[in-house]
Design a protein around this ligand. Structure first.
Ligand code: NDP
Ligand code: GDR
Length: 342
């Protein structure tokens, strides 16, 4: 992508949209962000943190509004659309399944349809998710695995994923997908487990919070840095042929171990005691319980996440994650400690 292009990013106020906007601006492209509601200081905090809020143009955009989708794309005339907008919380999809499906499923198809209908070669990136794998017995998840999601969020993302393939096959539309495993950063929403952990433990360290309460400590996830994924996503969109790519680190870590790493980065030595709902993390120095389990954070269904197979991305994108999990945890903890003391 040598010449300057117009990039439309839906969900630009979220974690991935913000990092992608920064990446595109650094490369000299024009960035237009689709947002619902006002671009006020509170909602643009990620763009402001990255120092790019003034460099981005905004258009009104809501996945639930066909008119707004059409108007945003017609007015922006983008070369590439990065569709990051979605109700992105798996937990929340259990309480809002219809809104999750309408936005992440039908909303995505409306974008593909616009790209097809305008016929001028708009490229679209669709953010698919490792949640589309669901309950499968393969040891490694690749682009060709069987998909068997069991959460409303996962089913929604699979619908959009398969529609992306249908648009490629049926109409030749340039729609690529990233089957994204978990990726985190200091800009991660505090409703996701990693940021909840780093933010809460920073508060515990500063004496502002008694304890961090979590759900399933045994859940394992493949956590990468969002910045690494943005690099790969950009490479996907530079390929002449649209395709699907699994992006991940290939390493699984439990929520319990992530808590241990974040605590260690804050110089808190944790001893785990008890089991199940009675499990606690005790600060060895003070003897106080600083981590406990609360059933309200358990999900009705929480599929295990087996290891990812990232060989296709390694081979065709010449990509590998550059951040270790320890680097990621350290960066998140530093950010939260600083934010809490400002
Ligand atoms: P975030 O939750 O940080 O950002 C999602 C953005 O979507 C928010 O800016 C939100 O806007 C916007 N949005 C939500 N609903 C609508 C709607 N109806 N119309 C328009 N915009 C809407 O997510 P991430 O940046 O972490 O993820 C980006 C994408 O990648 C998402 O689609 C997510 O499902 C997917 N994904 C993410 C992974 C991860 O680990 N981060 C892994 C796999 C997939 P507002 O600011 O107004 O709330
Ligand atoms: P996930 O991320 O569901 O994988 O979806 P999340 O951080 O919400 O949960 C990861 C695992 O941690 C367990 N968990 C908790 N989760 C939250 N949020 N809060 C808690 O208190 C808690 N305690 C334990 C969960 O049960 C789960 O097993 C993310 C999102 O970014 C999706 O958009 C994306 O598609 C997937 O990653 C891949």
């Amino acid at each position: 992508m040598a010449k300057s292009q117009t990039i439309l990013i839906t969900g630009i106020l979220g974690q991935d949209g913000s990092y992608l906007a920064k990446h595109a601006l650094q490369l000299g492209h024009r960035v237009i962000g689709g947002i619902r509601g006002a671009a006020d200081d509170e909602r643009t905090w990620r763009l402001r943190h990255l120092g790019i809020a003034a460099d981005v143009e905004f258009v009104p955009f809501d996945l639930l509004s066909p008119e707004m989708i059409d108007r945003a794309i017609t007015q922006s005339r983008p070369d590439i659309i990065f569709n990051f907008a979605a109700q992105s919380s798996v937990g929340e999809s259990f309480t809002h399944p219809v809104a999750t499906a309408e936005a992440g499923g039908i909303g995505a198809v409306r974008i593909f349809e616009h790209a097809r209908a305008c016929g001028n070669g708009i490229r679209v990136f669709q953010a698919s998710s490792s949640e589309i794998f669901g309950d499968i017995s393969d040891t490694h998840h690749s682009e060709d695995s069987f998909f068997n999601p069991k959460t409303p969020y996962g089913a929604t993302k699979l619908f959009a994923h398969i529609m992306a393939e249908a648009y490629r096959a049926s109409y030749g539309t340039h729609v690529s997908t990233g089957i994204l495993f978990n990726h985190e950063s200091p800009l991660r929403g505090a409703n996701f487990v990693t940021r909840k952990i780093t933010k809460s433990l920073a508060q515990v360290k500063l004496g502002r919070l008694e304890r961090l309460t979590l759900g399933n400590l045994d859940a394992r996830r493949d956590w990468s840095h969002a910045k690494d994924f943005v690099q790969a996503i950009w490479k996907i969109m530079a390929l002449d042929k649209p395709d699907n790519f699994v992006l991940a680190s290939g390493k699984l870590t439990s929520v319990r171990d992530f808590v241990g790493m974040a605590a260690a980065a804050l110089d808190i030595r944790l001893d785990w005691q008890g089991e199940g709902l009675n499990e606690t993390g005790v600060d060895r120095r003070t003897g106080k319980v600083v981590v406990s389990v609360d059933p309200q954070f358990y999900r009705p269904y929480d599929p295990a996440q087996p290891a990812a197979d990232i060989r296709k991305a390694q081979r065709l994108l010449d990509w590998n994650p550059s951040y270790s999990l320890a680097d990621l945890v350290g960066e998140m903890v530093d950010f939260d400690l600083k934010a809490e003391t400002q």
